[in-house]
Design a protein around this ligand. Structure first.
Ligand code: PEP
Ligand code: MG
Length: 591
């Protein structure tokens, strides 16, 4: 029977496919499809992992009597017998084989998929003793995964998925069916790991519209819904699902009529996409001849190609922190960073690249084990972004040197996140000078680098004139500016309805920042998610904004808005909105 789950729409489009449930603890398991001629190899890998674990258990059992007394021996030996039985249980082994044969999942993915199926059956058991055996099952699977990690699959690169087409709607059971990932939570680093994966859509139980997980999903231009509360508990492995990334809905077990309807919608958005593609080389000029700069937000050098494909005139935000995340404390050194920044600069073929210094903390923890919120009272207000960099001078200097060195290969701007105090500004600029001095001493080349500040804390917006004294340009981080102005955690779906870019206080802070920049002849851009929201383009133009930085996937749609806008007409409307108690109403005229 079909039913739907409502969440928050974060990345538009429709995905139709089979659900793949991934438990948070299993996100690091490789997920890729194997070629038909590798199926047998995967089955063999699995079998030998199982035999190895059975043998390990046997060895432990024979040495048990040396380690414990008779009573303990009997108890532990019985437990190990259970583990051995579970490993050889047909439901587990046959089920895993089926995932490999039918869906061509790699061995690890097949094993965790079947674990999910069997674990749910354990959960439903009435006998508490049997129910508790789920823990044992998880243990043996964990052991097999550990063994398999030592024997990697011959497939090193996961195949890049093609965008599912309406043809994929056919409810056949071929291996080419699109797959939709359903998880309780995905960290931004997890999401990044799935960037070139087989998934056609994402659903998570938690998260907000501007959480970094949502931001990465948007950058992949794949339909996604977050904050879908209990989706990962009610969807089962391999269920047919539809993600409506515009309405924020997940439909489970859709009827044929729904499938036809969403198939049509999918085809329509494909047509729209192709139509927008024609704007790629059209200059971004308003009807009254204002030149608008449309820049890209990217996370990795590989994203530069996508930015160029849609005609971005540069990178307005390179989120360098993605290079630092998920590395178990093994942070990238100067050389590794330099190579990454240089590769980005070269990939942009002479267009400017704005590299932001590391912004970890809050919902971008360095490692999954230190997820934001678990070990801090209020991570969004804690040691994040520039605060962390200033607390780690060696790391900060090596990043600054790496960025400066990359500027010898093309135009680079340096952007500093989360500044709020003049003392932080002075310290930061002193570090930049020191990094230059160190490069001079080493005789290493660097170019002229403009230094800018993010305006994302209300304090910074309120003292914007002071910021302009120190910096060459400003970039408004609306995601955080809204979070901190309205005291709403951007990752908390329970307060997502209060996350309001049209709040008069937010508009006021943005307007004064843009106006102050203009007054001093210094560029101001917006690089938060608002810049890529077509509903906001006219308002931002009316407020005087001329530079927008967003995910490449949004650039052409925003350009279309720009081409249809007349800034002279928009200015008075935006000014009226600024004076209004309820700006959203005043802005209805804009739509
Ligand atoms: C912002 O806060 O708007 C921004 C662009 O930075 P991030 O989303 O990475 O915090
Ligand atoms: Mg920010």
């Amino acid at each position: 029977m079909s039913f739907s789950v409502h969440g928050i729409a974060v990345s538009s489009g429709v995905a139709i496919g089979r659900a793949v449930l991934v438990a948070s603890s299993r996100l690091d398991v490789a997920h890729y499809l194997v070629e038909p001629d590798q199926v047998q190899f995967e089955i063999t890998r699995l079998r030998s992992a199982r035999d190895t674990v059975v043998a390990e258990i046997g060895k432990v059992q024979t040495s048990l009597h040396e380690l414990t007394d008779k009573e303990g021996y009997l108890e532990l030996s019985a437990l190990l017998d259970v583990h051995r039985m579970l490993l050889q249980d047909e439901q587990l082994t046959d089920g895993v084989k089926q995932w490999i044969l039918d869906r061509r999942y790699n061995a690890e993915w097949a094993l965790t998929s079947q674990l999910d199926v069997v674990a749910r059956q354990f959960d439903e058991m009435e006998d508490p003793y049997l129910r508790e055996r789920k823990g044992d099952l998880e243990q043996v699977v964990e052991r097999m995964l550990r063994v398999m990690r030592g024997v990697a699959s011959p497939v090193s690169q996961p195949p890049v998925p093609s965008r599912p087409t309406s043809q994929d709607l056919l409810l056949d059971d071929t291996v080419d069916v699109p797959l939709v990932l359903v998880a309780h939570d995905l960290s931004p680093a997890d999401m990044l790991q799935f960037k070139q994966s087989v998934f056609a859509g994402f659903v998570t139980d938690v998260g907000g519209k501007t959480s970094h997980t949502a931001i990465v999903a948007r950058s992949m231009d794949i339909p996604a819904v977050v904050g879908a509360r209990s989706a990962s508990q009610i969807v089962r492995q391999d269920d047919w699902v539809i993600i409506d990334g515009d309405a924020g809905v997940l439909i489970v077990d859709p009827s044929p009529i729904m499938l036809a309807e969403y198939g049509f919608k999918q085809r329509q958005s494909e047509v729209e996409r192709q139509r927008l593609n024609r704007l790629r080389n059209t200059p971004a000029l308003t009807l009254d001849g204002q030149k608008i700069e449309l820049l890209a937000n990217i996370e990795r050098p590989a994203d530069a190609a996508g930015a160029l494909r849609v005609g971005a005139v540069g990178v307005g935000l390179f989120r360098s922190e993605f290079l630092f995340m998920g590395r178990q404390g093994n942070l990238p050194d100067e050389e590794e960073q330099f190579r990454t920044y240089k590769a980005t600069v070269e990939a942009m073929e002479g267009l400017p690249v704005t590299i932001r210094t590391v912004d970890v903390g809050a919902d971008k923890p360095l490692d999954r084990s230190s997820r934001g919120g678990d070990d801090h009272l209020n991570p969004a207000l804690g040691l994040r972004a520039i605060r962390w960099s200033l607390a780690e001078p060696t790391m900060f200097l090596s990043q600054l040197r790496a960025i400066l060195r990359a500027s010898a290969f093309g135009p680079v701007h340096l952007l500093i996140p989360m500044l709020a105090h003049v003392s932080e500004i002075r310290q930061t600029l002193a570090f930049v000078d020191r990094a230059r001095g160190q490069l001079n001493a080493r005789g290493q080349a660097y170019g002229t680098v403009k230094v800018g500040a993010m305006i994302e804390v209300p304090a910074a917006a309120l003292m914007v004139d002071v910021f302009l004294r120190y910096f060459d340009f400003l970039s408004i981080g609306t995601n955080d500016l809204i979070q901190y102005t309205l005291a709403i955690d951007r990752v908390d779906e329970s307060v997502a309805h209060l996350y309001d870019p049209m709040h008069p206080a937010v508009l006021e802070l943005m307007a004064r920042t843009i106006a102050a920049g203009h007054a001093q002849g210094k560029p101001v851009s917006v690089c938060g998610e608002l810049a890529g929201d077509v509903q906001m383009t006219r308002l931002l133009l009316g407020l005087g904004l001329r530079s927008f930085s967003m995910h490449p996937s949004q650039i052409l749609a925003v350009k279309q808005q720009v081409l249809r806008s007349d800034t002279a007409k928009l200015k008075p409307i935006a000014e009226a909105a600024l004076r209004a108690e309820e700006p959203a109403r005043a802005l209805e005229a804009l739509r």
